[in-house]
Design a protein around this ligand. Structure first.
Ligand code: UDP
Ligand code: MG
Length: 322
């Protein structure tokens, strides 16, 4: 790990139509970086703004800010690719520039920038990934809180590796970042991917604030899409559920065979009911089970096409070196 006074830090900030907050955000982030440089916890800090194809003056502001200060690095994407992809672009740039540590944070500074210093401290103590975790969601509406928490619950039930109440505010060491960007997949769900990399990690807790200005760029439709993407890019459980449903139907059909035949023998049925009922449940069950089996294969194909790296080596003993 880098020695305390040698740490170079990058803050990666995706921006989509954020003209209302950029000046304020820059002032606040610079203040944090200045303080850390002064107390020696980092040797230098930069801010990488990624303009995600904004339609307002975001890019003009970024250009102007970077002309005024060499702390600011700007990256303009040719069109809007969404938060996760924009963040990825910034992270790739940070890895290329070989910053020892990289923190990703939203432009609206809803996440508490004062815990960045704690993150760096954890990093200096040897953690590769430090997750920022929201302690409470008082400032979010009941609706946002409810939908978000249902999402985390569903996700963990589906077996996705995810940290409860952690969004995309986190610190990553260079090697963790390199491990992350070695994932060739297109469907990005960064908070899950980072967790699945491994490497020593820890959490810092903070209270989430209100947006500095402007409005949320995550309306309900995007939120639902994001949640659905998260689940389907991490779990084949929905496919497995089809098999379970099919088997349940077959079991019901077995029960119906017994019940139907009993009713048939005791002559208390209208003609045709027994055969209809039996075939309905049996065929339904058979179709679902077959779909489930096909689903198993699709699940395998899905894991193969992702071509995710199989493992990351955390440490080796000196003897492995030639
Ligand atoms: N963002 C982005 N591209 C998009 C949507 C959002 O880069 O298509 C950025 C946005 O500028 C912000 C971050 O992603 O820095 C999170 O968005 P927002 O704060 O609106 O989401 P919320 O906090 O409401 O979930
Ligand atoms: Mg926000």
């Amino acid at each position: 790990m880098a020695k305390d006074n040698e740490i170079t830090l990058a803050l990666v900030v995706p921006c989509y139509n954020e003209e209302a907050v950029l000046h304020d955000t820059t002032a606040k982030l610079s203040e944090v970086l200045n303080a850390m440089e002064t107390d020696g916890s980092i040797s230098s800090g930069k801010i990488i703004y990624v303009d995600d194809g904004s339609r307002d003056a975001t890019w003009q502001i970024i250009k102007q800010l970077s002309a005024e200060s060499n702390r600011i690095i700007g990256l303009k994407l040719a069109h809007n690719v969404g938060h996760q992809n924009a963040l990825w672009a910034g992270l790739e740039a940070a890895a290329e520039m070989k910053f020892n540590a990289t923190v990703s944070i939203d432009a609206d500074l809803q996440d508490d920038i004062h815990v960045i210093a704690d993150m760096v401290k954890r990093f200096a103590e040897g953690d590769d990934v430090v997750f920022g975790v929201r302690r409470e969601r008082k400032t979010d509406t009941f609706f946002k809180r409810f939908t978000a928490q249902s999402f985390y619950r569903t996700m963990s039930w589906m077996g996705g590796e995810i940290i409860y109440n952690h969004a995309d505010f986190r610190l990553m060491s260079l090697r963790a970042l390199q491990a992350l960007i070695s994932h060739p997949e297109r469907n990005l769900f960064l908070r899950g991917m980072v967790k699945s990399i491994g490497f020593p990690s820890s959490c810092v807790y903070y209270d989430r604030k209100e947006r500095l200005a402007g409005e949320s760029k995550y309306p309900l439709k995007k939120m639902l899409n994001f949640a659905f993407d998260g689940i389907t890019s991490f779990s084949v459980k929905p496919l497995r559920l089809i098999s379970s449903l099919g088997i349940s139907c077959m079991l019901v059909s077995a029960a119906f065979i017994v019940y139907g035949l009993y009713r048939y023998i005791t002559h208390s049925v209208i003609e045709g009911w027994t055969s209809l009922m039996l075939s309905l449940w049996f065929i339904g069950g058979a179709i679902l089970t077959s779909l489930g089996i096909i689903g198993e294969y699709i699940g395998k194909i899905y894991c193969e096409v992702k071509r995710r790296p199989r493992y990351f080596i955390e440490e080796t003993t000196a003897s492995t070196k030639p």
